[in-house]
Ligand binder design. Structure first.
Ligand SMILES: [Zn+2]
Length: 596
């Protein structure tokens, strides 16, 4: 286990806006920062970050927590891994000896994998520049210069097994090299480099680590392109070729250019289209969209002009549109791919073409449908309407919808009202969301349906005040006792603070680090939404304590009254005592009421 003091120290130094800001485009809105949620698909931001409270929360998918929980969720890290990453961000180092043997082993394996990949990449690079005449000639033929080749760490796998022998000498096991997808068994030495005689394109993840390789055969041979297999640490759908190199430019220009091939990306970067990326020999998918969304919400698609390219573009444009991207599609003339086009015409012509020809999502969808059908006849109009209806139905923006319908109306000669009448009526989703967005001070946001035990609002509120203030915490326990909360999630939160009290910084956000995402986690997430700035916490707490005391006294009064009714019907003679006790209790209640 990582010592709690260390976790507390890291949490203290970390600013959630920096952590989340590395993955999500955030902008200021009121006291919070908002952006598009990286955990679910959306077009209007419902993801918010509060620097004051050091929490993130999504009003759409209800994910939330502190900076460490964010790192765990977005990178799929374990808690110790998230702490390690966060520690590095603030310049601290995890005291190693405190980590459990299993956690340590997993961490070491991960480190070793990336070290192995880095060493292999270095070996391939050395081969290219020292003995890779054939590969260098190939690069020259493709008009790629050395500077670019170096910045993409291109390499060459010469010989049958040079890289494998090199890695074995470096102390890696053959099984490790095989598992990393670099070696196969066979050949005269019992093993060989899977990428032998290939130009090597290291696949670098967004953190800058070589995570896998792509290889293009030099000369003849099959397959022309070979990719590393998926491993525990490499998933095609979670990486985009060129992203690490393109990231600064994507952020700067607030747009990514999505292409199909490695060569397209390399040529694009060489020609100054340095925000270009490509998926890795696999169709662009949802995961890719989420990855890109960390950097921008605008994408220019430039796929090959042939029919396979156009089909792939047609799917990608929908995925991007559905994930809230403003997407444009550029069709290159004469079935050229970006690589050919840039070499033949250069960047100025490219820029001009993008500016004049790139079609936005609706232009693309309308044009495609209109080209496919004869809209001078009724069946053609109906077919166009049928094709576009799902897209129109999913359009949430009223202005956007009206503009598109106006265009469509003109194109097929059908009145806008008629087109509207063909669509599904809109539900007032937005209005509902806004109501939940701003919890009133002192009020708990409504509970999720399906939550088991009911949670007493007074108790929850009081506990919340306690979480912010040590004095309130101590005073409440002194006045109401240690067991004043009834529902299990409240008890768990109270128990947690009692356990870690000496290290607790009285910032509820830090408590997320100690909780798994169960009922107590969810409750805390709702509790910390409450806006308590400028609130008189001691005053509010005293009010709650008073109210809870009054409630307890009233329960006693009721129980005495029940006893009294029973005793009276039995003709017992202790009724006077009971009456006196009730009077005393009621007097206490009056006293409490007068001070609150
Ligand atoms: Zn969400």
């Amino acid at each position: 286990m990582i010592p709690e003091e260390f976790v507390a120290e890291v949490t203290q130094r970390l600013d959630i806006a920096d952590v989340v800001g590395a993955y999500v485009n955030l902008r200021k809105q009121g006291r919070n920062l908002i952006g598009l949620c990286p955990f679910h698909n959306e077009k209007t931001p419902s993801f918010s970050v509060s620097q004051e409270k050091q929490i993130f929360y999504c009003f759409g998918c209800h994910k939330g927590g502190n900076a460490l929980k964010f790192l765990m969720a977005i990178e799929g890290l374990t808690f110790p891994e998230a702490v390690e990453k966060a520690a590095a961000m603030v310049g601290l180092e995890v005291p190693q000896e405190q980590i459990s043997p299993q956690e340590n082993a997993a961490m070491q394996r991960r480190k070793r994998y990336f070290k192995l990949m880095a060493e292999a990449a270095a070996w391939y690079q050395q081969c290219l520049w020292q003995r890779g005449a054939a590969a260098k000639a190939y690069l020259q033929g493709r008009e790629l210069n050395a500077e670019l080749a170096k910045s993409f760490q291109l390499g060459y796998a010469d010989g049958w097994d040079g890289s494998v022998r090199y890695l074995l000498n470096k102390g890696y096991e053959l099984t490790e090299i095989e598992e990393a997808g670099l070696a196969s068994t066979g050949g005269k030495n019992g093993f060989f480099d899977k990428f032998h005689h290939r130009l090597i394109f290291p696949i670098i993840d967004y953190r800058g680590q070589v995570v896998a390789f792509g290889g293009r055969i030099i000369g003849d041979g099959q397959p022309k392109y070979l990719n590393s297999p998926e491993t525990k640490y490499f998933h095609k759908s979670q990486n985009l070729y060129g992203l690490f190199q393109a990231a600064p430019s994507i952020r700067r220009s607030d747009e990514a250019v999505l292409m199909e091939g490695y060569m397209d990306v390399l040529t694009a970067h060489q020609f100054g289209v340095d925000n270009a990326v490509a998926s890795l020999g696999t169709a662009f998918n949802e995961e890719h969209a989420k990855l890109l969304k960390r950097y921008t919400t605008k994408v220019l698609l430039v796929y090959d002009g042939d029919s396979a390219g156009m089909n792939a573009a047609d799917k990608a444009i929908d995925i991007l549109h559905n994930n809230g991207f403003a997407v444009r599609l550029l069709t290159l003339p004469d079935d050229l791919d970006p690589d050919d086009f840039l070499k033949r015409f250069g960047k100025p012509v490219w820029d001009k073409l993008v500016q004049e020809q790139a079609a936005d999502f609706w232009q693309y969808r309308l044009n495609k449908s209109l080209r496919a059908h004869d809209t001078t006849v009724v069946t053609g109009k109906v077919a166009v309407m049928q094709e576009l209806r799902p897209y129109l139905n999913s359009c949430e923006d009223a202005v956007e919808l009206e503009s598109v319908i106006a265009l469509l109306s003109k194109a097929i000669g059908v009145a806008p009202e008629t087109i509207y009448s063909e669509l599904r009526p809109k539900r007032p989703v937005q209005v509902l969301q806004k109501k939940i967005l701003r919890p009133q001070a002192g009020k708990m946001p409504s509970q999720n349906a399906g939550q088991a035990a009911p949670i007493d609002r007074k108790q929850a509120n009081l506990l919340l005040f306690m979480l912010y203030d040590k004095d309130i915490f101590e005073k409440t326990l002194a006045e109401l006792g240690e067991n004043f909360v009834e529902s299990p999630p409240l008890q768990e939160l109270l128990g947690l603070v009692q356990n870690i009290k000496s290290k607790y910084n009285w910032q509820p956000a830090s408590l997320f680090s100690y909780l798994n995402e169960g009922a107590a986690y969810q409750l805390l997430l709702r509790m910390v939404q409450v806006d308590l700035s400028n609130s008189d916490l001691p005053g509010l707490a005293a009010g709650c304590i008073n109210a809870i005391k009054i409630e307890r006294l009233q329960q006693q009064v009721e129980s005495k009254r029940r006893q009294l009714t029973e005793q009276t019907s039995l003709g017992a003679d202790n009724t006077v005592v009971l009456l006196q006790e009730i009077a005393d209790l009621e007097k206490q209640i009056r006293t409490l009421r007068s001070v609150s």
